[in-house]
Design a protein around this ligand. Structure first.
Ligand code: MTE
Ligand code: MO
Length: 319
């Protein structure tokens, strides 16, 4: 979210390149771009060259992952072009600049990917993302996606209801919330190095009732493929009636708890980003209106819907 006014102690990203990050950039340019031709290497400097020459995000690391579309969830707008969805990203671990995320994200490894389940569960568990995928019944769902910054997309996700996952891991009845945490590898995430004031690793949480709602998905793919790294491979959350920041990417830990867990954006700017974060057109962000949203693909402004259009599925949670 490139949205908050810069505080005095925040350093503009472009003005600051720690040595290690700079070296990582060079390495990225040499490895990831090697196959794509050496245009960018001529100067090895301007990122613009790197982006122009970088491989298509759909050619780096994604595999076909087809699943039958669930026809219950219809969206009355066109699906966003997949190259836009894969190149316009919020993933602060890599960069605050949406267009820089995807080339930078190619550097992190997603295999193997250990996931841990702990806290108030029958039994602590550790397993690889690939094992989880084999266990869960996958389907495709086309959902609206609305960022708190007031842009939106429509994306065909591939994944499974979080409810199925919860039934498998068996939290205790005392559990009232599920906390989720993103991987923490500062060596491959320049944004973490440059933004040390944030409470890394990224963390989010839902009430158990929200997590068990049929809309809530754990996502492993999009557009008939496994997730690109920049979109949160190998496993992310999608809660379509909430602002995008709830939909945590690249999850490594689920923790069941009876206390409401602190969350990344709520900690960073508590008066702007809440825990619940339901899409609500009538409640403006302190610095802009939430009444409309910009369709990323066309720039068109359309009205924002309460609960992002999913009221009939979720209103009962908040009455
Ligand atoms: N780990 C992590 N998860 C994250 C974020 C992030 O910076 N780090 N950004 C959030 C925000 S603000 C949005 S809008 C969505 C963006 O997802 P996308 O890039 O796949 O569209 O991811 C969310 N999940
Ligand atoms: Mo967002």
């Amino acid at each position: 979210m490139l949205v908050h006014a810069r505080r005095g102690w925040e350093i503009p990203e472009r003005d600051f390149t720690p040595e290690a990050v700079y070296r990582n950039r060079r390495r990225f340019l040499q490895t990831a771009l090697g196959a794509a031709g050496s245009l960018a290497l001529a100067g090895a400097g301007p990122w613009e060259n790197a982006w122009a020459a970088a491989p298509d995000p759909w050619l780096t690391g994604v595999r076909p992952l087809e699943a039958a579309r669930n026809q219950e969830y219809k969206v009355d707008r066109p699906i966003t072009r997949k190259d836009i969805a894969a190149r316009y990203n919020n993933f602060y671990e890599f960069s605050l600049d949406k267009a820089r995320v995807w080339p930078l994200a190619q550097a992190f490894k997603i295999e193997p990917w250990e996931i841990e389940v702990k806290g108030q569960v029958e039994k602590n568990l550790k397993f690889d993302a690939a094992d989880l995928l084999r266990r869960m019944p996958i389907e495709e769902r086309v959902y609206r996606f609305r960022c708190v910054e007031a842009w939106s997309m429509v994306i065909p996700w591939v994944g499974f209801p979080m409810k199925k996952f919860i039934e498998w891991v068996k939290p205790l009845s005392s559990a009232r919330y599920v906390r989720m945490v993103t991987f923490h590898r500062p060596g491959v995430t320049p944004g973490v190095v440059r933004q040390p004031h944030y409470a890394w690793p990224y963390h989010e949480g839902l009430t158990m009732a929200e997590a068990m709602n049929p809309l809530t998905m754990l996502v492993v793919g999009m557009y008939g493929h496994t997730l690109p790294k920049q979109n949160g491979a190998p496993l992310r959350l999608i809660v379509p009636w909430k602002y995008g920041y709830k939909s945590i990417k690249s999850i490594v830990r689920f923790e069941f708890t009876n206390k409401r867990p602190p969350t990344f954006w709520n900690r960073a700017i508590p008066d702007e980003y809440g825990f619940t974060a339901n899409v609500t057109p009538k409640v403006p962000h302190p610095r802009w209106s939430q009444a409309t949203e910009k369709v990323v693909e066309t720039g068109e402004r359309i009205p924002t819907l309460p609960y992002n259009g999913y009221g009939k599925y979720v209103e009962y949670l908040y009455e």
